[in-house]
Design a protein around this ligand. Structure first.
Ligand code: HEM
Length: 423
């Protein structure tokens, strides 16, 4: 097995090369399951890569806090964030708020995201899946960059609909989200800016954007998550400006870049196995397991952090009070102690209890929306497309937090008209 260096965990380039990233993760999981990382320019931390260890830490929310350190950032960026925004993460999102306050804030929108409510969104999501897959018919010779031309835009429209933000604002939103997640990627970062300068500029633009959204929602309340966030909580319990911005940002960003990465990964699996499109079209049950496998396989959220509030032993290693721990979802989703043939995309994999949505009190609020959207996309795709082949190399974002395919050139053959298999 190739030997790596634990500190490569902070090297954005490795996230741009999925085969190498998985070789690195396998090395960590097998040889150093509780590894100490001390990358230059970052505060040190532990890296957990095994499914069982990550679940254990997430379950022990009484010992491990989700904030204030939430994701991997260079010290230089954390310091700039502190100066500009008063907190090291820059944005105070739900995922880094602990205890009773977290429960109170999560409860504001939780009902909206429950399966029984999400079912109300089904027709809207199916309609959007048909519309966006339908766009594939407009590309000459069936050639397009299916990620950038189509896939990014569909979950974005779903997330914007959930927030109640009009399509006219989508291009601005997509650019800001790619810029916040891709800050470490020279292909994404604004020219001439350091990572810190880039991020503080982007966060300020986010703040200006959501201040406008908030004002519109207060003036014209609707049945959407934007209105719930704008309305907030009664009196002194109401959200601080920083909590409110963080809430908008997490629903907006977590709500589309992640799902887009899983859809692009699913298309990549269809390229690798040409028999799959017809199987998806003919077997609605397969669409469900396929969508969940696409989420496991791509694990678009690569990590979150926890901070120990007291000493705690994992695998005979003592994590000291105050130590930071990276929960590496990207590695846990490929743990062969849990997933037979973990490195292979298995369309009908069951059971598939992956940790791509996390676990415990912060488990992804949008997981049912994400699944609904991905399933709807592949139902529409399998009805309209008869073949998809690669038309150039897939490119991946070089970023350690949220990342996945950013460009996927393909050549498609379309069905003469969409088939209407029973679903
Ligand atoms: C494939 C798609 C997605 C993936 C892989 C994903 C992953 C995650 C992960 C790993 C967490 C943190 C869990 C933890 O700390 O244990 C999270 C939290 C969250 N996600 Fe997602 N997510 C996805 C889609 C969505 C969507 C579509 C939305 C909303 C429309 C959303 C909204 C949220 C929110 C609000 C939280 C914070 C929950 C809390 O802290 O209580 N996510 N997500």
């Amino acid at each position: 097995m190739e030997a790596f260096d634990v500190n490569q965990i902070a090297d954005p380039a490795i996230y741009g090369d999925p085969a190498r990233l998985q070789a690195f993760m396998t090395w960590l999981r097998t040889e150093h399951p509780v590894a100490r990382a001390e990358p230059p320019g970052y505060r040190s931390f532990w890296v957990l890569t095994r499914h069982a260890h990550i679940r254990e830490v997430e379950r022990r929310a009484d010992i491990f806090n989700a904030g204030p350190r939430s994701t991997l950032m260079p010290v230089e960026v954390e310091e700039m964030n502190r100066q500009f925004f008063g907190l090291e993460a820059g944005v105070e999102s739900l995922v880094m708020i602990d205890g009773a306050r977290h429960q109170e804030l999560r409860a504001m929108t939780q009902d909206y995201f429950l399966p029984k409510n999400i079912r109300r969104l089904e027709a809207m999501v199916d309609g959007l899946a048909d519309e966006f897959v339908g766009r594939l018919r407009s590309f000459a010779g069936g050639r397009c960059d299916i990620a950038a031309d189509v896939v990014f835009w569909y979950p974005l429209r779903v997330a914007m609909t959930i927030l109640g933000i009009p399509p006219a604002d989508e291009a601005r939103m997509l650019k800001l989200t790619h810029e916040i997640f891709g800050a470490s990627d020279p292909a994404v970062r604004r020219p001439g800016l350091t990572i810190g300068e880039h991020l503080t500029t982007v966060v300020q633009e986010y703040a200006a954007f959501f201040a406008e959204v908030n004002a519109r929602k207060l003036a014209d309340p609707q049945d959407d998550v934007g209105t719930l966030i704008a309305r907030g909580l009664e009196g002194a319990r109401d959200l601080t400006p920083s909590e409110r911005l963080g809430y908008y940002v997490i629903v907006a960003t977590a709500g589309h870049d992640t799902t887009a990465a899983s859809i692009a990964g699913g298309i990549s699996a269809l390229i690798d196995d040409p028999s799959l499109i017809a199987r998806l079209r003919d077997d609605p049950a397969l669409v469900k397991s396929f969508a969940n496998e696409a989420i496991r396989y791509t694990a678009p959220v690569k990590h979150f952090f926890r901070t120990a509030t007291q000493d705690y032993t994992i695998d005979d290693v003592v994590i000291r009070a105050g130590d930071h721990v990276m929960l590496n979802y990207g590695a846990a989703t490929r743990d062969d102690a849990v997933f037979p043939d973990a490195q292979r995309f298995v369309a009908d994999r069951t059971p598939n209890n992956h940790l791509a949505f996390g676990y415990g009190p912060h488990q992804c609020l949008g997981q049912f929306v994400a699944k609904l959207e991905i399933e709807a996309f592949f139902r529409a795709f399998s009805r309209n497309v008869t073949s998809v082949v690669a038309d150039g190399p897939a490119l991946y974002t070089q970023a350690a937090f949220v990342s996945g395919i950013r460009s996927l050139p393909v050549r498609l053959e379309m069905a003469a008209e969409a088939s209407h298999a029973a679903h």
